[in-house]
Write a protein that binds this ligand. Sequence first.
Ligand code: GRF
Length: 194
Amino acid sequence: MKKVAVLGSGNGSNFQVIAEYFQGKDVEFTCISDKKDGYILERAEKLDIPAFYVPFSQTYEFFKDKNYDLIVLAGYMRILPAEVLALGNFINIHPSLLPSFKGIDAIKQAYNYGVKVTGVTVHYVCEEVDAGPIIAQVPVDIEPDMSLFQLENVIHAVEHKLYPFVIENILYDKVVDPSLKLGIGGGCGGCGCH
Ligand code: GRF
């Protein structure tokens, strides 16, 4: 049985799709929020997953005697210090093609900048915000007539496919190749040539 902790601060849609993806599989989840009223905690309770409010100042205490195979940040709005990061293998998802558009409102930053391609990045977490080694990226085209709202929806849909896939690959030491496996991103739109 693999043990995975998911940390969030708010909505928790990524947490929800991850938990649903692994239902009936050999993975045990714990949900943690630094916000007492984070909706992510409600989602966990509905899914019957242990849920804990852990104030940021108590994060080290919480993790120091745990042994998670993976710690997944999903909308966690805090910067974890090195002493906490040393306690496990932390990954994060960010709604842009890093290293472009770090920080908050990344989808809007990309949209307002006028880039033609943005996307989603999953990366290991280091002390610097949105800067750890990149694990997987999926590009998303910004079509000329697309609204910010439409772009946000596409980005979130990609996140929801990509994150469970990457987590499973890390947990079971598989090669990460999202464009081929998920039919998203990649060069030639599923023509079957590779
Ligand atoms: C996602 O867009 C993720 O990329 C970013 O924060 C958002 C969290 O959304 N880090 P949710 O809480 O999973 O709905």
